[in-house]
Design a protein around this ligand. Structure first.
Ligand SMILES: NC(=O)C1=CN([C@@H]2O[C@H](COP(=O)(O)OP(=O)(O)OC[C@H]3O[C@@H](n4cnc5c(N)ncnc54)[C@H](OP(=O)(O)O)[C@@H]3O)[C@@H](O)[C@H]2O)[C@@H](O)CC1
Ligand SMILES: Nc1ncnc2c1ncn2[C@@H]1O[C@H](COP(=O)(O)OP(=O)(O)O)[C@@H](O)[C@H]1O
Length: 492
């Protein structure tokens, strides 16, 4: 982002001070949506770098908008100041804004305010907070006010491993510039901010798109480019045959959820390989689905006849299932491996090197650590996922609030859809069903995974607008409508 900043300044007729003004305006636009009461007391804490420069620009824009009680506090812990900070300090001096210098932390104790805007340190943070900065952050947290952070909360590293005990400012919302910071996507960021919003500040978009970055956010337009319409004269054979090996007598639900998701994703034919005891449930709830009884078939005859095979939801860990997984891996079909099949793999590390190229592994955090070892931080976990995806030539779908899709080429696609209403058992089984449903329809494995994660989350987001909790079965049933919604938006 810093390079995009420099590029934009160098190649467009925009001065860095104007870019700072753009950033401040974008911050204010978002801020006033939440905080429209112009009589509230607002304290803006400004460091002396560009983050603080933003804070000063925000102050004069808010004053111009009629906010009556703005006070600016300059954090004077260092002599060094940035050029744009100095320009904005001069500008604010020419207004009626109340301005105070904080030379020591104790000066903050007497501040009375309703809202705090944190512009002390931003993306220029280059070491963990200590000394006066750390004490100041603790003091601000102790005031228990609603804190809006400019770009990032003070003390929060935009990327890289986050320190175990976060000691920075705890924000209610971070309003960050142009692109989300990678670390916002990891659960540890919840210590630093309750939420974040990204606002555009006019950086050169073509430059950002072309910058080599290993991380990218999946967007609706990516899905629009991949999705193919169902054409005239096509038939069930066109849309492939998916096999889902899942369920045991007490976890038949996992199999049914996965199969239902596959059906609603549009596979031409779906076969469920489940124990005999589940057949009645399957036939009653989904007569469209065919069955292979697993009591009879401990091996899958002719796996090549399926265009896509998933194994794992509710499968159970047993010697028979281990053999079944081993035989499917030996068939050299690319598989979708989930849940108990991942747990079997964790016990049989020798099978890992035998996985066919483009096999998809879909672990949640615990399954991931069972497979690849304990990790203390998400940053570290994601580095491992990237390395393993490259080494094994597999796709690793590391499931989370923001699911991270690690591809064999080292790229990580971050899925932005989904919400906590989806945090309920069975949701991952549905994701597996969607992935296998798309692969059956001849989408490439990385396309299938990207579409599946995005649409799974989008279905959950739609349902969460009207429900406190969203069940896995309701997400599975919603998939076809969400695909249609995207299809219709392409047609327009
Ligand atoms: N790029 C963009 O898209 C745009 C960015 N903009 C804004 O600029 C912000 C980045 O500004 P920035 O580079 O001036 O750094 P900032 O965060 O103000 O820090 C200042 C100085 O603090 C120091 N320091 C570091 N760690 C420390 C610590 N632990 N404890 C104490 N001191 C510490 C360090 O100085 P050093 O240690 O290197 O001498 C650092 O240089 C960004 O977040 C956004 O708000 C927008 O205006 C326009 C578009
Ligand atoms: N807070 C959340 N926000 C977004 N998605 C979530 C959230 N909690 C769970 N999910 C999604 O639900 C699924 C849960 O997967 P998993 O734990 O394997 O479920 P199960 O094994 O019960 O089927 C993942 O796709 C995950 O991304």
């Amino acid at each position: 982002m810093r390079r995009a900043d420099e590029f934009t300044i160098a190649t467009t007729p925009i001065a860095s001070i104007d870019l700072m003004e753009n950033a401040a305006r974008a911050f204010v636009k978002s801020f006033v949506k939440d905080e429209f009461d112009t009589t509230k007391k607002i304290a803006i804490f400004c460091g002396k770098g560009n983050n603080g420069g933003d804070g000063l620009a925000i102050a004069h824009i808010l004053i111009a908008k009629g906010y009556e009680n703005i006070k600016v506090y300059i954090i004077n812990f260092t002599k060094k100041q940035s050029d744009d900070f100095a320009i904005n300090l001069q500008r604010i001096t020419e207004t009626q804004c109340d301005r105070f210098e904080i030379n020591q932390v104790s000066d903050v104790k007497h501040i009375e305010t309703d809202i705090i805007i944190d512009a002390i340190l931003g993306s220029g943070l280059n070491k963990p907070l200590e000394g006066a900065y750390q004490d100041l952050a603790q003091l601000i947290n102790g005031l228990n006010k609603k804190v809006y952070a400019v770009d990032v909360p003070t003390g929060f590293f935009a990327e890289g491993e986050l320190p175990e005990n976060y000691n920075g400012v705890k924000a209610f919302k971070a309003i960050c510039f142009q692109r989300p910071k990678i670390n916002f996507f990891f659960p540890e960021s919840a210590h630093a901010t309750e939420k974040f919003e990204v606002v555009e500040i006019g950086l050169d978009e073509d430059f950002i798109q072309n910058e080599a970055s290993d991380f990218c956010l999946v967007e609706k337009r990516d899905i629009e480019q991949i999705l193919k319409p169902r054409k005239l004269f096509t038939h069930k054979g066109t849309y492939g045959h998916a096999l889902i090996v899942a369920g045991q007598p007490n976890t038949m639900g996992a199999a049914l959820l996965s199969v239902s998701a596959c059906l609603h994703t549009g596979a031409g034919l779906t076969t469920a390989c489940i124990p005999q005891s589940g057949l009645t449930a399957l036939n009653t709830s989904m007569p469209e689905v065919m069955a292979l009884s697993r009591d009879e078939y401990t091996r899958i005859e002719n796996p090549a006849k399926y265009q896509a095979i998933a194994i794992g939801p509710g499968l159970g860990v047993s010697t028979e299932n281990e053999k079944l997984l081993e035989s499917l891996i030996a068939s050299e079909q690319p598989l979708v491996i989930d849940a108990d099949a991942l747990n079997i793999l964790a016990e049989r590390q020798d099978l890992m090197s035998k996985l066919t190229e483009n096999t998809i592994l879909t672990p949640h955090i615990k399954e991931f650590d069972r497979l690849f070892g304990e990790h203390k931080t998400w940053w570290h976990r994601v580095q491992t996922a990237r390395q393993e995806a490259q080494k094994l030539k597999t796709i690793i779908v590391l499931k989370n609030q923001f699911t991270l899709i690690c591809l064999p080429n080292g790229k990580v696609h971050i899925n932005p859809t989904g919400n906590p209403a989806m945090a309920q058992g069975g949701m991952g089984d549905v994701l597996t069903g969607i992935i296998v449903g798309f692969i059956a329809q001849k989408y490439t494995p990385d396309e299938a995974v990207m579409m599946a994660c995005f649409i799974h989350g989008q279905a959950g987001d739609f349902l969460a607008k009207r429900n406190y909790v969203v069940t896995a079965a309701s997400v599975a049933k919603r998939i076809s409508k969400e695909i249609k919604k995207i299809m219709d938006s392409i047609d327009k």
